[in-house]
Design a protein around this ligand. Sequence first.
Ligand SMILES: Cc1cc2nc3c(=O)[nH]c(=O)nc-3n(C[C@H](O)[C@H](O)[C@H](O)COP(=O)(O)OP(=O)(O)OC[C@H]3O[C@@H](n4cnc5c(N)ncnc54)[C@H](O)[C@@H]3O)c2cc1C
Length: 501
Amino acid sequence: MMQALYLTLVGIRVPSTRLYKDYPKPNVENTDPYREFQALSTKFRQNIPNSKKKVAIIGGGLSGLACAKYLAEAGHEPTVYEARGVLGGKVSAWQDEDGDWIETGLHIFFGAYPNMMNLFDELGIHDRLQWKVHKMIFAMQQLPGEFTTFDFIPGIPAPFNFGLAILLNQKMLTFSEKLQTAPPLLPMLIEGQSFIDAQDELSVTEFMRKYGMPERINEEVFIAMAKALDFIDPDKLSMTVVLTAMNRFLNEDNGLQMAFLDGNQPDRLCEPMKKSIEKNGGTVMVSSPVKEIVTNPDGSVAHLLMRSGDTVVADEYVSAMPVDIMRRFVPKSWSAMPFFRQLDELEGIPVINLHMWFDRKLAAVDHLCFSRSPLLSVYADMSVTCKEYHDEERSMLELVFAPCSPLAGGEVNWIAKTDEEIIDATMGELARLFPTEIAADEKWPSTKDQSPLGQARLRKYVVVKVPRSVYAAIPGRNKEVDPRQFEGEGKGQPKEEVVSA
Ligand SMILES: Cc1cc2nc3c(=O)[nH]c(=O)nc-3n(C[C@H](O)[C@H](O)[C@H](O)COP(=O)(O)OP(=O)(O)OC[C@H]3O[C@@H](n4cnc5c(N)ncnc54)[C@H](O)[C@@H]3O)c2cc1C
């Protein structure tokens, strides 16, 4: 300790000896969704068919890789064709010239992700999840620099642990606001999915008003929630999305407990998936963009035409591309089919992921924070939350900037702005959220009113724009498809159906 202090004083950086405060893996296995998924995945491995099928999978994001993993385990021969030089899609990441990892998105893993939890288990990489304390942390809008938390008391079962967390929080809602908020949500727990689906025609804001929830709950909770779930504002988001998430999270004791991956996603998550696929006879190809799905006169798939000019013939074809890319790939002979016409309604919305390196440590929170600022969704100090990005002396904030287009509820089309404009706007927000930390910096005009107390200066930033990310889950988009709608569509129906992720 004394030696470390001495070396620091004489200007030599000492390697960190600090231990992380990670929490033990919670019990995520004792839930029906986990057991269901486990049974399904075990069945794949047990019922190996006699005939091996060649399957071409377009897209090497998590869905394409997971599809290939399970097909390979089921005895088939999948090949993943990924357009980019890196796997992962929205969880892809790459290193810049300084060796810093740049991620497409800040990602969190919840206890209530049964498929993901099974996958981590099957790959033997559960220890790569850094579990954080079971609480949700919100920046206080009216009290800059302060946070408020919803604490989940260990040992209290769901959904009572959530109810208690809300009751114990004194800073966000008054007791009477809490009493007004609970009754409209009860049918979600009692009636379940039928009630949830029936709310799809309403936005979050419309639902709130219809059922007499206090207006302040929008400002206090729903704005943060809508932006975290779909990067859009609550007046644009279908209430079904919020209720589905709440229902899942609230029904599992550890559903809302969060984990960070302990390092970059390609190495720590995509690589073990690739290895598992290859071990079981599948193939994963990067820098292999598909140009076109070519059909036969009867509408079945003839082959994939690659951008290289090669063709790929398989027994089955799977699209694991984002929906709006798949929309452009729908062959002419399928475009009138109601099944594929549904894609017309799905529109990807933009989202921006920011990396901001500061010249010193901010008052770090070892967790995900909900910003509740008009421009930002969630953020985390990755120098604290993630082992690989650890820095004892300087903070690196990763922030999700949303909403960033009018479709998502924003007033400004941020995706068309320069990186400098986006960073300046974010610095203004950070200055407001952390008035005693962020320094006034002439490079960033939005910080000009900062008090001299603020000392932290931005030393480096990287802006990652995803112009078409998840689709906008606006009211009416989540309708369940009734298969009878497609009866009689046999003529011209592709034999090898292309299913979009
Ligand atoms: C900023 C951000 C934060 C997020 N945070 C979370 C979170 O915390 N928790 C969570 O659960 N989810 C989160 N998500 C959502 C999550 O990342 C996605 O749902 C998931 O990664 C989608 O995986 P996918 O495989 O379906 O699609 P994608 O990741 O989009 O993969 C599609 C792949 O298809 C490839 N492709 C496209 N066209 C072609 C072509 N012609 N030929 C070959 N390949 C092609 C693409 O290059 C891409 O690799 C977040 C998303 C973003 C953008």
